[in-house]
Design a protein around this ligand. Sequence first.
Ligand code: SF4
Ligand code: SF4
Length: 225
Amino acid sequence: MSQLFAAGRAAFGSRAITCLTASSTRRIPCRSASSSSSSERQQATPPPLPRAQPPLPRPPPPPTPFELLLEGKRFTCTECGKCCTGSGEIWANEAECAAIATHLRLPMLHFFRRYTKSYSRRPGWRMLKLQPGSDHCIFLEGGTKCSIYPVRPLQCSTYPWWPELMDPGEWAAEGRTVCEGIEHENALPVDVQDKAPVLRAATEYFAEQLAASNAGRLAKPRQGS
Ligand code: SF4
Ligand code: SF4
């Protein structure tokens, strides 16, 4: 018995020493990470998260009232100059007069006398004169070019995107009688988002102009006044 016991102690003692040596100082079972089965690893791996769905594209916003008025219209400027002639009146407000006077390097009073005429009792609004003996705007050069183009009044720069011309009948009539660029055969459909701010600016401008007109007309517009 004592020999068996001694042999057993020797055997267990030998295994215990081997195990501690292999696992160094760790007091955990002597089992390496690589010893786990593949089924255990699969259980430990969390399932993949469901893939996020891409957001649905937003529907485009509905067209604004100005965009609706512009839809379907076609225009290209042929630079014929006809819109700078005729019986119409070109208005300029105080800021526009100041910009033109600065562009021409003229004192305001000099500019007023030479290029504009009084019209409204409302201060700040003037009209551009016509060339003597003609129905051409005083700034029209050679029948087709505007000599103050960078600072021309908003009434000019927004043409033909005027509120009064957005009615289909008025638009067509303007094309027949004044502006050959309206519905020109080479014209592309207007970019409504690009021109909507122009039409808005013209609408606000003409409302101011109408208020100036309604403020009362001076006795009679004179070329030299
Ligand atoms: S200011 Fe220029 S754009 Fe305006 S009507 Fe006169 S010439 Fe034409
Ligand atoms: S009448 Fe029309 S096409 Fe001719 S210059 Fe004026 S905007 Fe252009």
